[in-house]
Design a protein around this ligand. Structure first.
Ligand SMILES: C[S@@+](CC[C@H](N)C(=O)[O-])C[C@H]1O[C@@H](n2cnc3c(N)ncnc32)[C@H](O)[C@@H]1O
Length: 431
């Protein structure tokens, strides 16, 4: 292969494009030199002499793309960064009714989490505010394997601590590598690797009460910001709140988010399409009415806390549970879905639906499970069957509303939410 000048601009532009496609990094925003330096470092590490040769490797080796990603990401973060948001969320969680508990934990996603300082700060703030640890469920993800590894290790030094850490010192202990977070805090945070731009992107749970997406949108162009915000919206509970960084507010306002009343300076936003019915109570009543409805409908323990399709399908045991109709099916299906075994959950649910008269609860659960594996038409059919059996089934109404919204049918979504609200308000709301 003919050697080309090391700074081959057209090939560099292709590499920039590949990074844009992979993780959304906009070279014109962060500066092309960041990408160029990263490419040269990788060329050096691989002993590759020309940009063209490197581009070949990049195209051919999945692992090399991840190595390049590791070079370009900006993992800048520290404990208790922009603490107003943490305090505002803690206040809302404490004021919520019902209180966060083991059965109804407050669900929080930190995406991206970088090396973990953000999700651990969230957990420490909630504990300090008096939230029961069993009621705290924080998920965290980042595209960088290095960052995720360090987040899981939870040992920190220097730059992670800026500001007064004395009040939080009790949560750390000394090690020869630095200050390690105590297990009672790390146990509250689940950390996974995830790329917000990956079409297969999944999170460990769904229906988050709060999604933190801070200091990432600034590296994206408007298209990517909008894609990511649409996706994050789909992860939020109907009255869930998006928490962004001070620098991200322009992007979220442009995407139709509005500040949560009373929390404007903490950068808490909720999504309210212009014609959507407002199911969001004024603060401080953050825990969802949806959750309350689930309690009423005995679904809370059984609705998958997911939209977590695991790409790794595992063999499912013979569904002995099928012989037992009713709650057992729902519990078992939800258990599988909660464990990320969505293919198994679907399989068992399908057997259950064909073996028995499916209940509205089972159908609604199957709807969310299909939804989680992106089988939208099946999900819709399940929700509609659930509503045929039980026209005021709040879970089915709200999930179908979300599905309609994703499909762009805002009017149908609004009608469904109106019906759901009647149910949630305790009226006999019928279609
Ligand atoms: C500046 S840090 C922000 C961390 C934390 N949210 C904060 O505000 O302190 C940005 C992080 O975004 C991650 N990142 C970049 N692109 C991503 C993507 N497409 N999906 C997930 N994480 C991404 C990077 O690896 C990096 O750790």
């Amino acid at each position: 292969m003919t050697a080309v000048p090391i700074d081959a601009p057209d090939i560099m532009a292709q590499i920039e494009r590949a990074l844009y496609d992979r993780i959304g990094l906009d070279a014109s925003t962060v500066g092309s030199s960041l990408v160029h330096r990263a490419v040269y470092r990788r060329m050096h590490a691989r002993g590759v002499a020309s940009v063209v040769d490197y581009a070949w490797r990049l195209a051919a080796e999945v692992i090399e793309m991840q190595e390049l990603v590791e070079e370009v990401v900006i993992p800048e973060t520290y404990f208790f960064r922009e603490p107003e948001a943490l305090d505002a969320v803690a206040r809302r969680v404490c004021a919520a009714s019902p209180r966060a508990s083991e059965e109804l934990p407050v669900r929080i996603l930190s995406a991206p989490c970088s090396t973990g300082e953000e999700p651990y700060s969230i957990a420490m703030t909630l504990v300090a505010a008096g939230v029961a640890p069993s009621g705290i469920a924080v998920d965290a993800l980042d595209v960088s394997e290095n960052a995720v590894r360090r987040a899981r290790a939870a040992i920190y030094r220097g730059g992670s601590f800026r500001g007064d850490m004395q009040p939080w010192r009790r949560h750390f202990h000394e090690t020869k590598h630095g200050l390690a977070l105590n297990a009672d805090i790390t146990a509250l945070v689940r950390i996974v690797r995830g790329n917000l731009l990956d079409p297969e992107f999944r999170t460990p749970r769904s229906a988050y009460d709060y999604v933190f997406c801070r200091n990432l949108l600034i590296y994206f162009d408007a298209d990517t910001q909008s894609r990511v915000l649409t996706m994050l919206t789909s992860l939020l509970a109907p009255d869930g709140i998006l928490v962004v960084g001070a620098a991200d507010t322009f992007a979220v306002r442009r995407a139709g988010f509005v500040p949560v009343p009373g929390a404007e300076r903490s950068f808490l936003f909720h999504h309210r399409p212009a014609d959507a019915v407002d199911l969001i109570a004024a603060p401080p009543v953050p825990r969802t009415k949806v959750v309350a409805s689930r309690v009423k409908q005995r679904l809370v323990a059984t609705t998958p806390r997911v939209s977590k399709p695991s790409s790794r399908l595992q063999p499912v045991a013979a569904p002995s549970v099928v012989a037992v109709p009713g709650r057992q099916h729902i519990d078992e299906i939800a258990r599988l879905a909660d464990a990320g075994r969505l293919a198994d959950a679907v399989r068992l649910g399908e057997v259950a639906m064909s073996a028995h008269d499916a209940s509205a609860d089972l159908l609604a659960l199957m709807g969310t499970t299909y939804d989680a594996i992106n089988e939208q038409s099946r999900a819709e059919a399940c929700y509609r069957r659930a509503l045929y059996l039980e026209p005021s089934h709040a879970d089915a109404l709200l999930h179908l509303a979300l599905l309609m919204e994703r499909r762009g049918d805002a009017a149908a979504a609004t009608r469904l939410r109106t019906r759901a609200r009647r149910t949630l308000d305790g009226s006999k709301g019928a279609p």
